[in-house]
Design a protein around this ligand. Sequence first.
Ligand code: FES
Length: 92
Amino acid sequence: MPKINIPQRQLTIEVKAGSNLMNSLLEAGLPVASSCHGDGVCSMCRVKVTGEVVAPANYEAEALKRNKCEPDERLSCQIEVHSDVSVATKYW
Ligand code: FES
């Protein structure tokens, strides 16, 4: 099972392969900002992700650009976790 490492919280969680990153973080009790509830439009759920993740789809890339996200930020609601990753945000 893949692991999500959250260094800011000194926490590592194991998730089922293919789990949604935002939902996994929420289920672990971590706050994740959102106003679109995972529809991929608000960009509030952005996190810095290190590790292997699929490249953003066009609509995610457009949302990241439109909302002036950093190059290493991704929308956590749009990521499926298939291998170990590290995640950080500005507000944890
Ligand atoms: S929750 Fe809105 S873009 Fe992810």
